[in-house]
Design a protein around this ligand. Structure first.
Ligand SMILES: Cc1ncc(COP(=O)(O)O)c(C=O)c1O
Length: 464
């Protein structure tokens, strides 16, 4: 592990050092009080709908106060090994010198000028070197924003409007694709013709109409849907490893098949690499799966924990953006502070051995969960890749094929497992449809603690 990721000593006051995890029935009075205050001024007490249930055993979320390397501490001083990592963003670990040094240097030079800057150029050069198919890049600030850019680029290039999206894939909270993210089975329609369901009140019907839904990994059904809509479709957008559906992968040949269908029909293929980018491989899913899209969208790991995103694509498809016939703007786009963080992050991830050590840490965790489940005779599937994976307690322990398979998973077992882990100091996503993430700062000491916690939490699942 490179030195620059060494964990800094954490100087929490003695009184606050509450040890690893929430002990059984433990109170977290500071988090409780902060939530009470938050509810008076933040809608629902939170800043994102995804944060409403971050703790589970407690009727309020944990307020994280600081992080160092692989660990985070809540406002009550409980320490956790962090496998949430801000949904994979904190890919180098928390407050690691490789990142903080770069950000501090840029802070002293100025954070924003609203002009072109040299750091954004260096960052775009780095991305084009790492990512197959990224000839030209544009920056924005959040994943959802960059998705809007990519969709507009696809519509501008093709002159078509409708987008094919897979049921259960998540492409951000904004109207453009917040359709059929997690539809109830009763609303989702037949598998052959999934209905387009707005994910939220407030999304206009016209937007819903522009999004055609298909089932992931079902070639024949997708083909029939493509036949029905061929002339209308600007793009097919894909989460190549479905981070928001418990890391369901593409079946053998599925991505290659979609690539072929897109080429044959003049439809663009877009990868949403907001989670997989710079994590699944240095060149993201395009490198990992060997199938290169026309456009791709990045965020999360790109910024190492600072808010930056990008969309990129092959030269011809990005040309209208370059020529300004497809407009794309944003005050904060390519700001030097976030660009400096991203450049430091990518340079670090690009060093030999860094992603490989994350991968092997994650594979060891995946194996430990499989072994614990086997020993306890509990059916479950652990799927994904080493750097991002999820455990699903289903009936037969067989890999999931698509979104609807996840609906029959045993959420009580998942919650028992997760709460058991949290009490022992392992912090993972509260949602069973999301995933665990590994950072470059996770080490052998974390692994040993995590494996012991996994064994104990799985025994609790068995005893319930
Ligand atoms: C695959 C994927 N796409 C898009 C987004 C939206 O990104 P953001 O939350 O930064 O807008 C997310 C966020 O979790 C995501 O996981």
């Amino acid at each position: 592990m490179p030195d620059t990721l060494a964990r800094k000593p954490v100087d929490l006051p003695q009184a606050q050092a509450a040890g690893l995890g929430l002990s059984a029935g433990a109170a977290a009075p500071a988090s409780e009080q902060w939530f009470a205050r938050a509810k008076k001024v933040l809608a629902g007490g939170i800043s994102s709908s995804a944060r409403s249930t971050s703790t589970g055993p407690l009727p309020f979320p944990l307020y994280m106060a600081r992080g160092a390397g692989s660990r985070v501490w809540d406002a009550d001083g409980h320490e956790f090994i962090d496998y949430l990592l801000s949904y994979g963003s904190v890919v180098l670990g928390h407050a690691v010198p490789a990142l903080t040094d770069a950000v501090s240097r840029q802070l002293a030079l100025g954070t924003m000028f609203g002009t072109c800057n040299t750091v954004e150029v260096e960052l775009a050069e780095q991305i084009t070197r790492m990512v197959p198919g990224a000839d030209l890049v544009r920056f924005s600030n959040s994943g959802s924003e960059a998705i809007c850019g990519a969709i507009r680029a696809a519509r501008g290039f093709t002159g078509r409007t409708r987008i094919l999206k897979f049921e259960g894939h998540y492409h951000g909270w904004v109207d453009v694709l917040a359709i059929s993210n997690r539809p109830a089975l009763s609303d989702a329609g037949p598998l052959q013709h999934p209905s387009s369901q707005a994910h939220s009140r407030g999304i206009p019907a016209g937007v819903v109409h522009d999004v055609i839904i298909a089932p992931w990994n079902h070639r024949e059904i997708v083909q029939a849907i493509l036949n029905a809509h061929e002339q209308e479709l600007a793009a097919i957008i894909i989460e190549p490893l479905v981070a928001n559906n418990a890391c369901i992968g593409p079946e053998e040949g599925f991505l290659e098949w979609i690539r072929g269908e897109c080429d044959r029909r003049g439809i663009l293929m877009i990868y949403d690499e907001i989670v997989t980018g710079f994590r699944l491989a240095r060149g993201g899913a395009a490198e990992a799966f060997g199938v290169v899209p026309d456009l791709a969208v990045f965020s999360k790991a790109l910024g190492g924990g600072l808010p930056v995103s990008a969309f990129s694509g092959r030269r011809a498809v990005m040309e209208p953006v370059a020529a300004n016939t497809v407009k794309h703007g944003g005050t904060y786009n390519g700001n030097p502070l976030c660009a400096a963080a991203a450049l430091a992050t990518l340079r670090h991830l690009n060093q030999p051995g860094v992603l490989e050590s994350m991968e092997s840490h994650g594979c060891a965790l995946m194996q430990a969960i499989r072994r614990a489940a086997h020993d306890c005779n509990i059916p479950c599937v652990v799927q994904g890749a080493g750097t991002m994976f999820q455990v699903v307690f289903n009936r037969d322990g067989r890999p999931l094929k698509h979104y609807r398979d996840l609906l029959s998973a045993d959420s009580t077992r998942y919650n028992t497992f997760r709460h058991g882990l949290l009490r022992r100091g392992i912090h993972i996503n509260s949602s069973g449809s999301a995933c665990w993430f590994v950072s470059a700062a996770h080490g052998a000491d974390d692994l040993a603690i995590a494996i012991a916690a996994i064994n104990a939490a799985m025994a609790e699942v068995q005893s319930k």
